[in-house]
Design a protein around this ligand. Structure first.
Ligand code: DX5
Ligand code: ZN
Length: 219
């Protein structure tokens, strides 16, 4: 299991400290929530922030673009130092072009779907991507509740990947409302990567919470 703390829930006045906490907590990924106040009703982080954070960590920068016209931000985030770039299937009518753009930038390709989006919408692209980002909250904010039925969706996507022989090529990342109390269920359903924002950064001891996530897998 890979933990991807979302810095959306961190103290934006001291993101360097958030990265330091992730280092000490042993998280593998840094989840960067990009919002444009168009695709979602919130405005957060752009390429300059990723550029300033890049030299502070060797961890995998997992950029989650909740934006319209994702094709316009692929190169800026790639140049800023993203390792993986994920866009939403709902945000473009040319997903294949966005996938190719991310690939030509030499980055891992993630495709995300909102809770109400049918899995069939992403099926045609599964053999072209590295990651499916399953939203277990409506995108836009940290600190929301895990949507019932999300675990079943993870299992459905896992099954689809297995049927297509893609289970070792495409990872499943689950994002939204992930807590220590529901993480094991999500992992058992087939998740490879868990995003946790508020559970980590709103905790009294973020480092201990991150370590607790990693101990779950052995339960
Ligand atoms: C929501 C973001 C999530 C969110 C996770 O639109 O994509 O990554 O920050 O935060 P929690 O873990 O608090 O739900
Ligand atoms: Zn996210």
């Amino acid at each position: 299991m890979i933990l991807a703390p979302s810095i959306l829930s961190a103290d934006f006045s001291n993101l360097g400290n958030a990265l330091q906490l992730c280092d000490e907590g042993g998280a593998h990924y840094i989840h960067v929530d990009v919002m444009d106040n168009q695709f979602v009703p919130n405005l957060t982080i752009g390429p300059p922030i990723v550029k300033s954070l890049r030299p502070l960590t060797v961890k995998y920068m997992d950029v989650h673009m909740m934006v319209i016209h994702p094709e316009k931000l692929v190169e800026p985030f790639a140049k800023a130092g993203a390792d993986g770039i994920t866009f939403h299937i709902e945000a473009t009518d040319k997903p294949k072009e966005v996938i190719d753009l991310i690939k030509s930038a030499g980055k891992d390709v993630g495709l995300s779907l909102k809770p109400k989006t049918p899995v069939s919408d992403i099926e045609p692209f599964l053999d072209k991507i590295n990651l499916v980002l399953v939203m277990s909250v409506e995108p836009g904010f940290g600190g929301q509740g895990y949507i019932d039925g999300s675990t079943e969706r993870v299992a459905e996507i896992k099954q689809l990947l297995i049927e297509k022989g893609l289970q070792n090529k495409v990872q499943i990342e689950v994002d939204g409302g992930i807590k220590l109390h529901n993480a094991k269920e999500v992992i058992d359903a087939g998740a490879d990567i868990l995003v946790a924002g508020s559970e980590v950064f709103k905790a009294d001891d973020p480092i201990q919470v991150m370590k607790s996530f990693y101990s779950l897998e052995n339960l």
